[in-house]
Design a protein around this ligand. Structure first.
Ligand code: ADP
Length: 535
């Protein structure tokens, strides 16, 4: 605590100020007006920029540090994944900005941890209310930067806002314990105290929900945060900063340092090694998670890691076919297959295999429409970038070269850019890349199996374990398989399982800790034992 007081008396870093609700003219950044829709078959039609009518106050391009908008010396471009057009230029924060943000967060922590739980709760609730009031604009920002269909973006905003609502409620329910130790003259108290500053590094696939899931828990617990959003999707994090400011969240409690891919490494290193940071919460690839764990080791920081998955989707002979196909569609093709809980491999028992493949293919052809996320009928937007498309392409060509059959799709979509056809492969074997690693795209590979033991063995033969799904009408089998799957989350006859009330997280190399639910807040709390003697 001594350090806290010393720092509190430090001069705050000099920052440009931006009153809430008023749009700043960014020095280095800026948002492009929506260009005219491009014509021709190789171009997605419609919007290729931030749509007109979105509240200017939400279209932020500077960093947000200590309650002020912070321009950086340089800016980096953010592109519309559907068209490749530049959406805008955002402050490219580097080491100095990251350090300033950590310091601002630390100074704010000194007072935020003293704010009553009721007050923290009501501020989070105000933030939630503002998200709900601005939900349509926020969804448009998500579609613009991530490419996901507008309906999915609207769903994400609700999911995201509900985390703030949930944690505003949980903020008032942080309880300790009283323990009676063997010594009769003693009582033991267990206190739960906020950890301090949390560094929050988030991915592009749920640019808003991944922030509120972590930040909601952190703020409810009494921690403060510095968020480094993904380089492809910084706008959501900055729009959330505007709303946090409007909600009256005190300066320094929520800070955002956007940066380019080139600077992610150095900014990440500052956030994960600075002695004033107590906690790292990361969602992203297992490879990056391991780098951050190395950073965390030196100063023994608390960590929450939500890393890659390789979700099995098992269909047993007893399954209800229509339910299984509906579940497969939902769990595979949400966000064009770009979520860490998306089914990544389909294991189908031999008795039901052929009819499942046929119905799954029909559903893909009938229900999925590839296009710009702003178009009404689109269900499948573009993938996030070129690298993502190349990975799907590589998994398909590897599988086909080893004997897989393309049932539908199989190539880049005629819309070009980052669009890929929803793809179903059969005759898939365990030696193919798509059976071994996460594709993170619209590829559904089907492996045929004979027995339950075989299915469970294939499902568990991986060093990650986030989500797993299976369809069965046999109660004994449901218990057995649910308990045997080596994953953190199981969907039984259900393909969409995320909810703010339930614990999200994985086992093995899929991560550490849980987010959301009543457990999520513990990730930001320290347990302190106080022994009362001489009674
Ligand atoms: P993906 O490959 O899906 O983009 P990443 O794990 O690379 O997943 O990215 C998730 C988040 O991690 C993004 O915010 C990204 O900028 C950040 N990131 C990537 N590399 C590093 C790094 N070396 N240090 C800190 N953050 C990083």
């Amino acid at each position: 605590m001594a350090a806290c007081f010393r720092l509190r008396s430090c001069r705050a870093p000099r920052l440009a100020s931006a009153p809430s609700g008023r749009s700043l003219r960014p020095r280095a950044g800026g948002l492009a007006p929506a260009p005219r829709p491009a014509l021709g078959p190789a171009q997605p039609r419609g919007y290729a920029g931030i749509p007109a009518g979105v509240s200017a106050a939400l279209l932020r391009t500077d960093g947000f540090v200590g309650g002020r908008w912070l321009p950086a010396a340089a800016a980096f471009p953010v592109h519309d994944p559907a068209s490749g057009a530049e959406l805008g230029r955002v402050a490219d924060c580097g080491v100095p900005e990251a350090r300033a943000a950590v310091r601002a967060a630390y100074e704010a922590f000194c007072t935020w941890k003293e704010v009553s739980a009721k007050e923290r709760s009501s501020l989070l609730r105000k933030w939630y209310d503002l998200m709900m009031q601005n939900k349509d604009d926020l969804a448009k920002i998500i579609t613009a930067e991530s490419g996901k269909p507008l309906k999915e973006a609207q769903g994400e905003i609700l999911y995201s806002a509900f985390f703030l609502e949930w944690f505003s409620e949980e903020a008032r329910r942080i309880y300790g314990d009283i323990i009676y130790p063997p010594a009769k003259d003693r009582r033991a108290l267990v206190l739960k105290q906020p950890l301090g500053v949390a560094a929050v590094i988030t991915p592009w696939n749920f640019p808003s929900a991944m922030i509120t899931r972590k930040v909601g828990a952190a703020l409810a617990a009494g921690c403060t945060v510095v968020v480094k959003p993904a380089e492809d999707t910084p706008f959501s994090a900055l729009a959330l900063a505007e709303l946090a400011n409007q909600a009256g969240i005190p300066p320094g409690v929520y800070n955002v340092v956007p940066c380019s891919q080139q600077k992610a490494k150095e900014v990440g290193e500052v956030l994960c090694t600075d002695p004033l940071v107590s906690k790292i919460s990361f969602t992203g690839s297992t490879a990056t998670g391991k780098i951050l764990l190395h950073h965390a080791a030196n100063s023994v920081k608390r960590v929450s890691m939500e890393l890659g998955g390789h979700a099995p989707f098992i269909v047993f002979d007893s399954a209800n076919m229509d339910q299984a196909v509906a579940g497969a569609m939902a769990s595979k093709f949400r966000n064009s297959g770009q979520t860490c809980v998306c089914s990544n491999r389909f294991l189908v028992q031999k008795g039901i295999h052929d009819s499942f493949v046929k119905k799954f293919a029909e559903a893909i052809k009938t229900n999925l429409h590839v296009g710009n996320g702003f178009e009404e009928k689109t269900t499948q937007g573009p993938l996030i970038n070129k690298k993502a498309v190349e990975k799907v392409e590589k998994h398909v060509s590897d599988a086909v070269s080893k004997g897989a059959t393309v049932v539908t799709g199989g190539k880049r979509h005629q819309l070009g850019h980052n669009f890929f056809e929803p793809t179903l492969l059969s005759n898939v074997s365990r030696d193919m890349l798509c059976s071994q690693e996460e594709t993170f795209g619209p590829l559904a590979p089907v492996i045929k199996f004979n027995t339950e033991e075989e299915a469970v063995a294939i499902a568990n033969a991986t060093d990650v374990g986030l989500a797993g799904y299976f369809y069965s009408q046999d109660p004994a089998q449901i218990w057995r398989v649910a308990e045997k799957l080596e994953v953190g989350m199981v969907g039984v006859n259900e393909g969409l399982i995320s909810s703010v009330e339930c614990p999200f997280g994985g086992v093995k190399q899929s991560g550490l800790g849980r987010e959301g639910s009543k457990y999520g807040i513990d990730e930001y709390l320290e347990v302190k034992y106080v022994c009362f003697g001489g009674l």
